[in-house]
Design a protein around this ligand. Structure first.
Ligand SMILES: Cc1ncc(COP(=O)(O)O)c(C=O)c1O
Length: 344
């Protein structure tokens, strides 16, 4: 199948860019020091390619992601970087044929993990992002409680997601250092070998963690690329121009918010200027106007929720565009990567 024959909307991936993104990340975070976050791409086939590049450790945000990774034989070292209190789900995790570590940040999550037969945990520390994680000063007490309950405490994790909204690199570096001071302080009291944290935008600013949790760098998006990141967008939603309004001078592609993660704003169509997105359409201006039936690449502002709306990614060797900047309709789809880790 060629790109020009795909039914739209469809996810298309530039394999060369993807591989380059993984290789670049691997220079700074080699081997197991990279704990790739599968939430960004939700695909065991993609994860297998990351593992083959030398990075066998992964984290996930959902039990479904860990189950799927273990079933695919990618259970070398899996971290559920999220809190779970559901005993049935924790028991499933405990029974996986995989090394599973679970994040805990409260008495309740520790007790639930111990009761379910989980072996290993990380104390999740709040380093400034208004989300999960215990206060740094409580981390030592929680570690003691976990050890008393028979759990092995591998160390700490702290995700500095709040720094990723900072445009200015110096300010982002200062905020990352501040967050990591909190993680290091907690780690003193917790002990263990692992300090897990980080993100695609602090990959070269975080000097404290022993392993980097990052996922967006694989496929990237326009939001993160716009903050000066060297990782390049490698996935777009392929669309077809389904209507052209010559009077109003706008065109419409069949890629709407039901095929795009929109929480980081409008997508980008390089040939024009995006005006608005509705359920099944993106209206944009392009001069001269395209023709009905033309194809366009719609680059999402946020990769994770975009992937989660689709069943598969269509992979081309790359690039997705011709030298003239149009979609390479003759490019062969060389692989199809099922998005098999969706849902919870
Ligand atoms: C717990 C956790 N760690 C790390 C990340 C980093 O991911 P990204 O590559 O998108 O910066 C995320 C993303 O939201 C996360 O939730």
């Amino acid at each position: 199948v060629r790109v020009g024959e795909l039914p739209t909307p469809a996810l298309v991936v530039d394999l060369a860019r993807f591989d380059a993104n993984v290789a670049l990340m691997g220079e700074r975070w080699p081997g197991e020091s990279l704990r790739t976050h599968v939430k960004a791409f939700k695909s065991t086939t993609l994860a297998r390619r990351v593992a083959a590049a030398g990075h066998p450790s992964f984290c996930g945000a959902t039990v479904r992601e860990l189950n799927g990774m273990a079933a695919a034989g990618l259970g070398h070292d899996l971290l559920l970087a999220n809190e779970v209190v559901d005993p049935a789900r924790l028991q499933v995790l405990a029974g996986l044929d995989a090394r599973v570590t679970v994040a805990v940040d409260s008495d309740a999550t520790i007790d639930a993990a111990a009761a379910a037969g989980i072996d290993e945990v990380l104390i999740d520390v709040n380093v400034g992002l208004p989300r999960c994680g215990c206060p740094p000063a409580d981390a030592g007490r929680l570690a003691d409680r976990a050890r008393a309950a028979g759990l092995t405490v591998r160390g700490t994790m702290g995700y500095e997601g709040h720094v990723t909204v900072i445009d200015d690199r110096d300010e982002r570096e200062a905020a990352t250092s501040d967050a990591m001071r909190r993680l290091a302080e907690a780690h003193e009291a917790v002990g263990g070998d692992v300090l897990s944290g980080g993100s695609t935008l602090s990959w070269d600013l975080n000097h404290v963690v022993t392993e980097l949790q990052a996922g967006s760098f694989t496929l990237m998006d326009t939001e993160f690329a716009g903050r000066g990141s060297p990782f390049r967008p490698a996935m777009a939603v392929l669309g077809t121009v389904v209507s052209v309004n010559a009077d109003a001078r706008h065109a419409v592609v069949d890629v709407g918010l039901k095929s795009l993660g929109m929480d980081h704003g409008n997508p980008t169509i390089e040939a024009g200027k995006v005006w608005l997105c509705s359920d099944e359409h993106t209206t944009y201006r392009e001069t001269p106007l395209p023709r009905v039936g033309d194809r366009r690449l719609v680059w999402p502002a946020h990769i994770d929720p975009t992937v989660a709306l689709h069943e598969r990614m269509h992979v081309v060797a790359g690039p997705l565009q011709t030298d003239e900047g149009t979609v390479d309709l003759d490019a062969d789809v060389v692989e199809v990567w099922p998005v098999d880790l969706r849902n919870w």
